[in-house]
Design a protein around this ligand. Structure first.
Ligand SMILES: *[C@@H]1O[C@H](CO)[C@@H](O)[C@H](O)[C@H]1NC(C)=O
Ligand SMILES: *[C@@H]1O[C@H](CO)[C@@H](O)[C@H](O)[C@H]1NC(C)=O
Ligand SMILES: *[C@@H]1O[C@H](CO)[C@@H](O)[C@H](O)[C@H]1NC(C)=O
Ligand SMILES: *[C@@H]1O[C@H](CO)[C@@H](O)[C@H](O)[C@H]1NC(C)=O
Ligand SMILES: *[C@@H]1O[C@H](CO)[C@@H](O)[C@H](O)[C@H]1NC(C)=O
Ligand SMILES: *[C@@H]1O[C@H](CO)[C@@H](O)[C@H](O)[C@H]1NC(C)=O
Length: 271
């Protein structure tokens, strides 16, 4: 029996454990990040008590303001909020608005006086653009990122709080990568323990299969081939070589799955 495919199977089994991506979500959903089977972050309820045109707000001293309502788009009427946008339509739809003030100054030219006009720039983040990611350098912290193509509109770090009220805070509005924090109980990781998970069921099926295989194999070898003692164990040669195969599988896996990595003299002999 060729040993080569056997250690490949072991490598595949091990890679299922090793290559599971930590930090990212299992689901692609603007509201819910399933971190794993038991843990998730759910922003669905952030906008629950807000009217369609209501947002959580924050301002800094430099004329920047931010409006956020979780993962549900709302209506943002700039005129009603006394903002002066350079647009024929001052009404925006989104779940995040970052507003700045852009001053356009005219001067005296040939005896004509032009007034100073201030326009507000509005960056709109739509809920459909939300992606959950781990905060760089902090595996256990999560953030949501509004992305339009490759351009990042804003990053919002999620801060878990037991307090009933939720807050949005503008940390840095400068540059091309505005940073905010969202402090809320909806920013917490929720842990739930359902009955038996898919993983457990698969493990159980696996062990039952192993038992059936061993017991069935022993009986068949005992009665049909008249095997006795250790020879009753089915595929005894394979099980004897398993430790070596495991080693090859691990070397193969951790060397970036390069087949050249297993051409040690030992392995070569085995193959
Ligand atoms: C936006 O607000 C202004 C001022 O309150 C109001 O006149 C206008 O009708 C509003 N527009 C929409 C689409 O609600
Ligand atoms: C206002 O919008 C018009 C048309 O989009 C543009 O030509 C103009 O430069 C804008 N002004 C400012 C101050 O952004
Ligand atoms: C005043 O405005 C004119 C026309 O826009 C421009 O050419 C000139 O450089 C400005 N002067 C100053 C001092 O800003
Ligand atoms: C100012 O007026 C002079 C003379 O009338 C003219 O030649 C010049 O082009 C004007 N400059 C501007 C910026 O309008
Ligand atoms: C410029 O603005 C001032 C104050 O807002 C106002 O009193 C004045 O009438 C304006 N002038 C022009 C030419 O728009
Ligand atoms: C203000 O917002 C406008 C529109 O989003 C943007 O083009 C401009 O660069 C912003 N200005 C500053 C100082 O951030």
């Amino acid at each position: 029996m060729a040993k080569f495919p056997n250690f490949l199977i072991i490598a595949v089994l091990l890679s299922a454990v090793k290559c599971t991506d930590v930090g990212a979500c299992l689901s692609e959903n603007p509201c819910v990040c399933d971190i794993d089977e038991y843990n998730k972050i759910d922003l669905t309820q952030v906008a629950q008590q807000l009217k369609d045109d209501e947002f959580l707000e924050d301002f800094d001293g430099a004329g920047n303001s931010v409006y956020f309502r979780g993962c549900k788009d709302g209506t943002f009427n700039a005129t009603a909020r006394k903002l002066n946008v350079n647009s024929t339509n001052p009404v925006f739809s989104g779940s995040l608005m970052i507003v700045n003030t852009t001053y356009v100054t005219f001067n005296y030219t040939n005896g004509t006086f032009y007034n100073t006009t201030a326009f507000n720039g509005v960056q709109v983040g739509k809920s459909a653009q939300i992606k959950f990611t781990a905060v760089e350098g902090q595996k256990s912290s999560h953030q949501i990122v509004y992305k339009s193509g490759e351009k990042v509109i804003a990053r919002i770090e999620l801060l878990c709080s037991a307090y009933d009220k939720s807050f949005i805070k503008l940390i840095n509005a400068e540059g091309t990568d505005p940073t905010l924090t969202f402090t809320s109980r909806y920013a917490c990781v929720i842990t739930h323990h359902p009955g038996m998970s898919t993983g457990s069921v698969l493990l159980l099926i696996f062990f039952i299969s192993v038992v059936v295989y061993l017991v069935g194999g022993c009986l068949i070898l005992y009665f049909i081939r008249g095997a006795r003692g250790l020879e009753m164990i089915p595929n005894i040669d394979f099980w004897r070589s398993l430790p070596g195969l495991m080693k090859d599988g691990i070397i193969f896996l951790f060397s970036g799955c390069s087949p050249t990595s297993i051409t040690t003299p030992e392995t070569y002999d085995r193959i």
